[in-house]
Design a protein around this ligand. Structure first.
Ligand code: COA
Length: 185
């Protein structure tokens, strides 16, 4: 069974990006992301309505990280360190050496390869440092951008579940992608 410790917080670095802890002074950027109905279209969570909602999200994130329940990074460009997105591993299954990846990026930065770069680094950490055996991604079948990102990053489609998820009065389909450590390295 895997055991995790996210203290001290693992700061990761790529050619262009820093993956760092999310701080309360990122509240405006987090609010911008989580209050945008387009960006949140395929993320079944309530939209942030106030800056306090964003602050609560950040506090809850950091509590989860302190408890080693999950890990969530701010994605920032090296030149200004400003939060432009987030990526993390949730629903950790230490007994199965498996976790779910989730990510979101400010639309001003879409289509520039930023999440490909962040995901690759997060996967390196997941497989090499945390020693997961597999990582899954659970997406809405309409989320073409997420699907393309996963395919580009080496994930394979495993399942299409029919109307298995009830959200906002609707039964939604779910598509599951995954990548094995042996396929990534
Ligand atoms: C999914 C998301 C993170 C992609 O981030 P990104 O930085 O724009 O992705 P990249 O630029 O690294 O692109 C990766 C691949 O996907 C393709 N892609 C990205 N957006 C696309 C779109 N809207 N339509 C078609 N292809 C798309 C890119 O062309 C690229 O493939 P290529 O190099 O072969 O051309 C971003 O669209 C996002 O934040 N969406 C909203 C939040 C969300 O839905 N999160 C996922 C929940 S499961």
């Amino acid at each position: 069974m895997l055991q995790f410790s996210f203290s001290p917080f693992p700061v990761l670095e790529t050619k262009n990006l820093i993956l760092r802890q999310i701080h309360l002074n990122d509240d405006k950027e987090v609010f911008e992301l989580r209050s945008n109905p387009e960006t949140m279209k395929f993320i079944p969570r309530p939209l942030a309505e106030t800056i306090e909602d964003a602050q609560k999200f950040i506090t809850d994130c950091n509590t989860g990280i302190e408890k080693n329940d999950y890990i969530n990074w701010a994605i920032a460009q090296k030149n200004d360190n400003k939060l432009i997105g987030m990526i993390g591993f949730f629903r950790l299954q230490p007994e199965h050496f498996r976790a779910e990846v989730g990510y979101i990026l400010n639309p001003n930065f879409h289509g520039k390869g930023i999440m490909t770069e962040a995901l690759d680094e997060a996967l390196k950490y997941a497989f090499n440092t945390l020693n997961f055996h597999s990582i899954e991604a659970v997406i809405d079948p309409g989320n073409i951008a997420s699907e393309k990102l996963l395919q580009k990053s080496g994930f394979e489609k495993e399942a299409h579940l029919k109307e298995n998820f009830f959200y906002n009065g609707e039964f939604l389909d779910t598509v599951i992608y995954s990548i094995l450590k042996t396929k990534f390295l």
